[in-house]
Design a protein around this ligand. Structure first.
Ligand SMILES: Cc1cc2nc3c(=O)[nH]c(=O)nc-3n(C[C@H](O)[C@H](O)[C@H](O)COP(=O)(O)O)c2cc1C
Length: 177
């Protein structure tokens, strides 16, 4: 599939069919994220593929109502996590820039973008979700203390074809000096 087509036609999908996501497709999505840029190539992003209903339910219950349908209908949740204290840090543990914390969010975001585009190419729909109870999600996936949850991504075959939400035009986004 042409990159341009992938970029413009991918939509956030919030209603899903029951059809399961094949193991090979889960691997292919995460494989695509290996090529994302990251802070000093630190590659801090990790994905937890949640297929078990009880774990999915725990995660869904930790979300506001507007996220629960996507979470419960999607046959697969990918919890995007980050290794702590690597991205944006020097070797001695000090911050590398005056922005200090937060660079791992950037890295995981770049990985999630590639994952979403790869999913679209495979015919799968995704929605990245930022509303959840971090402690509940971490517990549901038995997350180690040296990692943190960044986003929950519902994945499956779309049961809707949403209109593209309006985008700003380039003149609003680009400043040339
Ligand atoms: C960091 C982040 C968090 C988001 N959180 C949610 C969410 O909690 N629930 C939801 O329905 N959509 C969520 N979205 C999806 C956006 O609403 C969506 O990308 C935006 O409206 C543009 O629509 P499109 O993805 O179809 O182009 C999130 C997107 C991002 C990047």
């Amino acid at each position: 599939m042409e990159l341009e087509q992938c970029i413009t036609n991918r939509r956030s999908i919030r209603r899903f069919q029951k059809t399961p996501v094949q193991y090979e497709d889960i691997v292919a999505m995460v494989d695509a994220t290996r090529w994302a840029p990251s802070w000093k190539n630190s590659q801090v992003t990790r994905y937890y593929a949640v297929l078990q209903e009880d774990r999915k339910n725990q995660i869904a219950q930790s979300m506001p109502a507007f996220n629960q349908i996507a979470c419960l209908e999607a046959p697969l949740l990918l919890v995007a996590c980050a290794k702590k204290a690597r991205s944006g840090y020097n070797r001695d543990g000090s911050f590398a820039t005056n922005k200090e914390k937060g660079w791992q969010m950037y890295d995981v975001g770049l990985s999630n973008m590639l994952l979403s585009l790869k999913a679209y190419e495979l015919g799968l729909g995704t929605v990245i979700m930022g509303y959840y109870d971090e402690q509940v999600v971490a517990q549901a996936i038995d997350l180690a203390d040296d990692q943190e949850v960044v986003a929950v991504i519902a994945v499956g075959y779309a049961d809707e074809m949403p209109e593209a939400p309006k985008r700003k035009n380039v003149e609003e986004l680009l400043v040339i000096k």
